[in-house]
Design a protein around this ligand. Sequence first.
Ligand code: CA
Ligand code: CA
Length: 344
Amino acid sequence: MYGSVWEWCQDWWKDGYYKESPVDDPTGAATGSYRVDRGGSWHIPAGYCRSASRGKIRPEGRNGNLGFRLALIPAEAAEPKPDTTKQITNSIGMKLSLVPSGEFQMGSAESVEDTAEFFNKTYGLNLKADHLKDEYPQHRVRITKPFYLGTYDVTRGQFRQFVADTSYKTEAEKGREPGAYGWDPDKKEFGFNAKYSWRYAGFEQTDEHPVVCVSWNDAVAFCHWLSKKESKAYRLPTEAEWEYACRAGTTTRYWSGDDPETLAKVDNVADAAAEAQFPDWKHTLKTSDGYVFTAPVGEVQAQCLRAVRHARKCLVAKLTYGCKLALQDKGRLLLRFLNVARNI
Ligand SMILES: [Ca+2]
Ligand SMILES: [Ca+2]
């Protein structure tokens, strides 16, 4: 879930929200100026791609490194039965995976000083406490109902079906100031231009790549279209759902561990492949994930399978450790661990 594209979440962003967040199913501030985005992207250093990292962007924003994935709330709100389908494929060919209910510690587990010092020293970043303070305090969150989460980001091909069906015009294609922040290959940086939209972001993308240059409003319009088409309740994930699914029981910086270099094996961030093309990018991973720009979602399947195997291993370890506790807690915790282990 890290890298490739930042992903829009449903929530409004608000400074200090973590101090007042409810334990059960937090949905973000009641109102605000920014929506939350999560996970980092292909041009973002590993310091900003951690499980706890939070981004904020105005809902009309549209960038060549920002897309979204969907959440779907099953019609039955009860605990999943053991035979609940683990992965479904919807009417537009999108795969969604069942995420069981459970709880976790949301936010950063290490101090703001340690995080900044590590990434500044190792990758020459300029992380400041102010950049990171919205990841604190770490706090307990319960996801009380199982939900489905898009296994991958929404692709250009899936977004194309929405546009073909509705003649929808994205915010980049209408209004007084059309355009988006796309990639300028000559200047080698992002720039706002009317020529950029989900159809062209300044770098090569097929229909298998994540759709980019779509605003929060565009993403929500897509959810409404699909919900109506299937008589289901699609929406963007809350950032609590996002982090819960991303962590999958882990408590480290990344689900793959604390070492940022592990990201090269599991996702697509600013890496050695990017540095080879843009030598002045000094903040990249030392290892290569193989992609300079977005990666096609089908291509990263092998990486995702590795992710699942790893997360399963973490959960099995956690299960062994948590067994005694689980039995004391009327078996519910154990049941949840088992559900997680089965369903990731
Ligand atoms: Ca992502
Ligand atoms: Ca990369």
